[in-house]
Write a protein that binds this ligand. Structure first.
Ligand SMILES: Cc1cc2nc3c(=O)[nH]c(=O)nc-3n(C[C@H](O)[C@H](O)[C@H](O)COP(=O)(O)OP(=O)(O)OC[C@H]3O[C@@H](n4cnc5c(N)ncnc54)[C@H](O)[C@@H]3O)c2cc1C
Length: 337
């Protein structure tokens, strides 16, 4: 295990923010976490568990310990003729895992391809895209309680998954995820219903896509709309799509007939990107941060941006959307500092 002081986090967050961590621990084996707990390492220490930093905005330096999960390993733990259960260590790169599954003809994760994530954070965040969420395939999450050192195994129900949410964001004691197991099918059941997918397939004359063709289609669509982190810093969607009551939705729909919304429980989920675009922010910048011209839900680093630039822009967007629609946007991004 490697411990460094005053480590730059520039290469550890997709926004490309150059913050420092007072202390930085690189974990390559999950047993190292157990050892750290046994040594009381986490006591009286502000700790941040970090995967790829693809959903974190550092506002200033982190005056605590960043523990970077870099433990790797993928193994089949159970299988029959139809189903396979695959266990991946928390530090595996999500997209590599998706393609590894496709190479082995284990299906289900195609629509989640190209999401920048570690395996551990995929469970924390319940990542989702194109009508699919990680929770649809997760059967177990292994974690270590950083206070008691207890090794815990969470079933899918124990994880209390929600929209970009799970029990791991709310636990009273901090648990670090060490591995996640996924139940995948040996028979493909492709989800093709999104218009962007059908448009892409017909434009490329693909009538019956293979799972790999679908994954490639989704990766291509994603990167035509989103900035690649290595090209321009962002955390993907910066805000959550807000869910509002039916009466608020109806009032808004009368004022804005072209408003984009979907039924969600008793209310409606509004497209935050549409709200931001209508409030006039799409393509605009404030300081060194901006609203991505191709997708208003994405805030981007316009060069040398720090966390304060991002927060200032986010607050300006929130204020204007609230003034226009009476809806307060909540960040999906995790603001640290
Ligand atoms: C270009 C781009 C596109 C994106 N598109 C999508 C999308 O389509 N759908 C989507 O859902 N998300 C999307 N995101 C957001 C991001 O991919 C997810 O939030 C992802 O899960 C973050 O993974 P990470 O490993 O980088 O986590 P980090 O950002 O490092 O951490 C996220 C949170 O998880 C915690 N955490 C990380 N690892 C562990 C662990 N092992 N144990 C306990 N806690 C842990 C961290 O403390 C933090 O609270 C996108 C991001 C980018 C940059």
């Amino acid at each position: 295990m490697k411990i460094t002081k005053n480590q730059s986090l520039l290469g550890y967050n997709s926004f490309g923010i150059n913050a420092l961590a007072d202390e930085f621990v690189e974990v390559e084996h999950s047993e190292e976490i157990a050892q750290l707990v046994e040594d009381h390492f986490f006591e009286n220490r502000m700790t941040l568990f970090l995967g790829g930093g693809n959903n974190i905005v550092f506002v200033g330096d982190f005056h605590g310990t960043v523990v970077h999960l870099a433990n790797k390993g993928i193994a089949v733990v159970d299988e029959d003729s139809d189903i396979v259960t695959v266990r991946a260590e928390a530090g595996e790169v999500w997209d590599d895992f998706v393609w590894h599954c496709l190479d082995n003809q284990w299906f289900g994760l195609e629509n989640l391809v190209a999401i920048p994530s570690s395996i551990g954070a995929a469970a924390v965040q319940n990542i989702g895209a194109y009508g699919v969420e990680a929770k649809d395939f997760i059967v177990a999450v292994e974690a270590i309680d950083t206070v008691t050192g207890e090794k815990r195994r969470f079933s899918n129900a124990d994880c209390r998954f929600g929209y970009r949410d799970s029990v791991f964001k709310h636990s009273e004691t901090q648990c670090v995820i060490t591995a996640v197991s996924f139940r995948l099918s040996k028979t493909p059941h492709l989800r093709l219903s999104y218009k962007a997918i059908t448009d892409y397939l017909s434009a490329n004359a693909i009538a019956n896509p293979t799972p790999k063709q679908l994954a490639q289609c989704i990766a291509d669509i994603r990167w035509s709309k989103l900035p690649k982190p290595e090209v321009q810093g962002s955390v993907g969607s910066f805000f959550k799509n807000p869910v509002v009551t039916a009466s608020l939705y109806e009032g808004l729909k009368e004022r804005f007939p072209d408003m984009v919304a979907y039924p969600a429980g008793d209310g409606y989920k509004l497209a935050a990107g549409w709200l931001i675009e209508k409030s006039g922010w799409k393509g605009r910048t404030l300081g060194r941060a901006g609203v991505y011209p191709k997708q208003a839900l994405v805030l981007v680093n316009c060069g040398g941006c720090d966390g304060n630039d991002v927060v200032r822009l986010a607050n300006a967007v929130i204020a204007d959307v609230e003034a226009m629609f009476g809806v307060r946007l909540q960040p999906e991004a995790i603001i640290v500092g």
